[in-house]
Design a protein around this ligand. Structure first.
Ligand code: FAD
Length: 471
């Protein structure tokens, strides 16, 4: 029996779920090697201990790289809906797969591996009236509310679940997860290169390096003549309010998704990654850029505040299409003003054109969960258009969530979701240029989120399986 060798780059959601699908369907005649640049799961330590939250400094390498990928220390919100996290419905349709069934299968696998049984379902009978009322309120002020069934792992549980998934894959299939192994390049003959010019050849490659590896992947694509396309930029602020303000909407949906169009610029704004009773955390990127994110340790949440990303989507056209470069330059400017820390400002000060000062933040009714941020003026760093969008967007949202645009609402910047460049692939995510090389997940611009990345990993796995079966 000839053994088919499959090499996967990245042990994140895309890589792990692709491997599971390949393991199930190809069974014994395949050897699947997953190369992961970061450490094994038990060597990854969440830098955020509860008692240190006030001054959490997140090393992005530990957060975003290692077995489990970027999802490992995330709040672990699983959005069980094909309309969230990428164009999952379309991608599955093009690959002749049923998106709803695949999402169900992914969710079942998470539960089998220890995810909490509890599901947050806005459609459940007891919430029917509340959901109807929320939808009515949203519709009356031109907000689109997207009801989504969600499962929340909580950051503490996520690592246990990933550990169990890894054990399952390694003990049931010919799958080997190789940590601390950076792939330095791949070529058109499906060779993977490692440090010290060591190389290994594979029959099929799946490249799933996540956001941590997206710049590297884009560079590899240029070298190999693989076309890539820019995706829109998501930039905005992290909003922090008293948890009680968010209580009603978070009761209906744990991570409520509101889509808004700003009045002046008609820009698309959305709420993302709502951490009810959670914490704002600091992230540091390359070139000393400090950013913010949100975090939730347990399903119940412990903090007195809730936070969410409030993101403006911006597509750029010629002459500058590079949304990452544009977003980075805004984030850099914001970090410089904050002394390489994120900026914090009250919405009241942003409205009035005042810089927030420490003395004011100390007296503010809403106290920040992230202490390591510099009181400042976001308007000094962000383009006028985005400042206007943020103020207008929160004032529209106020009509559905009273109190969200209070003067005391805290805003942190930069909140910037880098988009990877989308790789040119066919419907099974195989390169249109190089045969038997597949791409999946956030790093290839195919998804935005744990479930989305897993779905694309499964699509690519089906592409590989189809090719094996046709041989
Ligand atoms: C703080 C935070 C909170 C988040 N919260 C949520 C949430 O609640 N819900 C949600 O759905 N999503 C959340 N996300 C996003 C989610 O984690 C990602 O969408 C998802 O992990 C993407 O999966 P992926 O497999 O594409 O990539 P990743 O999970 O990023 O995995 C890619 C892996 O590839 C490795 N790699 C990169 N380059 C190489 C190389 N050259 N050689 C070897 N290995 C390489 C990386 O080290 C990484 O471990 C969050 C992200 C962060 C950072």
């Amino acid at each position: 029996m000839t053994i088919i060798k499959i090499g996967i780059i990245g042990a994140g959601s895309a890589g792990l779920f692709a491997a599971n699908e390949l393991g199930k369907l190809v069974l014994r005649n395949a050897q699947i090697s997953i190369f992961e640049q970061g450490p094994e799961i038990d060597k990854r330590h969440c830098p955020i201990k509860e008692e240190e939250l006030a001054c959490a400094l997140c090393d992005p390498c530990r957060i975003m790289s290692g077995v489990g990928g970027a999802g490992c220390f995330s709040s672990g919100i699983l959005n069980l809906n094909k309309n969230i996290g990428g164009h999952l419905g379309e991608l599955c349709h093009d690959a002749n797969l049923n998106a709803d069934e695949i999402i169900q299968q992914i969710d079942d696998f998470f539960v089998q591996n220890g995810a909490p049984n509890k599901i947050f379902d806005p459609f459940e009978k007891a919430k029917k009236e509340k959901l109807r009322e929320l939808r009515r309120k949203c519709a009356s002020v031109d907000i689109r509310f997207v009801p989504v069934k969600q499962r929340l792992l909580g950051s503490q549980k996520t690592t246990e679940v990933i550990t169990s998934i890894q054990k399952f894959l390694e003990s049931n299939y010919n799958i080997e997860i190789i940590p601390n192994t950076k792939v330095t390049k791949f070529d058109d003959q499906r060779n993977l290169y490692f440090d010290g010019e060591k190389k290994e050849n594979f029959d099929y490659l799946l490249i799933a390096p996540g956001r941590w590896g997206m710049v590297w992947l884009a560079q590899q694509c240029v070298k190999l003549g693989i076309k890539t396309f820019y995706e829109p930029l998501d930039i905005g602020v992290r909003v922090e309010v008293p948890a009680i303000i968010m209580e009603d909407v978070c009761h209906i949906q744990r991570d409520p998704k509101f889509h808004i169009l700003s009045h002046t610029y008609n820009d698309f704004i959305r709420t993302f990654c709502v951490n009810h009773k959670g914490y704002v955390i600091k992230e540091t990127y390359d070139e000393k850029i400090a950013g913010v994110n949100g975090h939730q340790l347990t399903t119940e949440g412990k903090s007195e505040n809730s936070n969410f990303a409030f993101l403006i989507r911006q597509q750029l056209t010629s002459p500058l299409q590079d949304t990452t470069e544009y977003g980075k330059s805004i984030s850099k400017q914001t970090s410089i003003l904050g002394g390489y820390k994120p900026l914090i400002q009250t919405l009241g000060d942003l409205r009035r054109g005042h810089r927030s000062r420490k003395s004011l933040i100390d007296r503010n009714p809403v106290q920040p969960t992230l202490k390591d941020a510099t009181p400042g003026d976001i308007a000094m760093a962000y383009p006028y258009r985005f400042v206007k969008d943020i103020i207008e967007g929160l004032e529209i949202l106020e009509k559905v969530i009273p109190g969200v645009s209070n003067n005391s609402t805290l805003l942190y910047a930069p909140e910037f979701k880098r988009s990877a460049k989308r790789v040119d692939t066919n419907s099974f995510l195989e390169s249109n240029k190089l045969k038997n090389i597949f791409f999946a997940g956030d790093g290839a611009g195919e998804s935005r989120g744990i479930i989305g990345a897993a779905v694309t990993g499964i699509i690519a796995a089906h592409g590989i399986i189809n090719k094996i079966n046709c041989k």
